[in-house]
Design a protein around this ligand. Structure first.
Ligand code: FEO
Length: 170
């Protein structure tokens, strides 16, 4: 049976993952309207992955005798100005998510819930990969600058990249 503190913290994380999925969906849709088809596909896929992150938490909470709460979501921004702005926003968002995951892990230790602590290790590893990839993407965009040919190749190649290889092991 989950302790109330753990259940509350996991439900907060369900909201964060669901909101992440919604934000990346909005980013994907924006990219699609800008003719950035590869970037749109990458972000649609990433949005789906975040939904899976949410789902794993929902099922874990319910399996452990808690009650997963399916949250209302906030409307994400509609405009992202440029690829640079979009991926910087994505990176900042993932850093925030990592901080939240680390906080959740701390709560597990405080409450001596080693089962949930163990369950959360998948998310810890996932965040390391997601942040690293977002940083690599930002480095590439900085290198490309405003070079149109570079941006064309970036958009073509990013479609092949998955946000995190550990997603394949879900
Ligand atoms: Fe599920 Fe990108 O955090």
């Amino acid at each position: 049976m989950l302790k109330k503190e753990i259940e509350t913290a996991l439900n907060k994380q369900i909201l964060i993952e669901a909101q992440s999925s919604q934000i990346y969906l909005a980013m994907a849709s924006w990219a699609e309207t800008q003719g950035l088809g590869g970037t749109a596909q990458f972000l649609y896929k990433h949005s789906d992955e975040e939904r899976v992150h949410m789902l794993k938490l929902v099922q874990y909470v319910n399996e452990r005798g808690g009650k997963a709460l399916i949250p209302a979501l906030t409307k994400p921004d509609e405009d992202y100005q440029s690829l640079n702005f979009l991926f910087q926003t994505l990176l900042d968002h993932e850093v925030m998510v990592s901080n939240e995951i680390n906080h959740l892990v701390e709560i597990c230790l405080d409450q001596k819930d080693y089962t949930t602590h163990n369950f959360m290790q998948w998310y810890v590893a996932e965040q390391i990969e997601e942040e690293a990839l977002a940083r690599t993407i930002m480095d590439k965009l900085r290198m490309i600058g405003s070079d149109k040919g570079g941006l064309y190749l970036f958009d073509r190649d990013i479609e092949q990249i998955s946000m995190a290889s550990s997603n394949e092991q879900q």
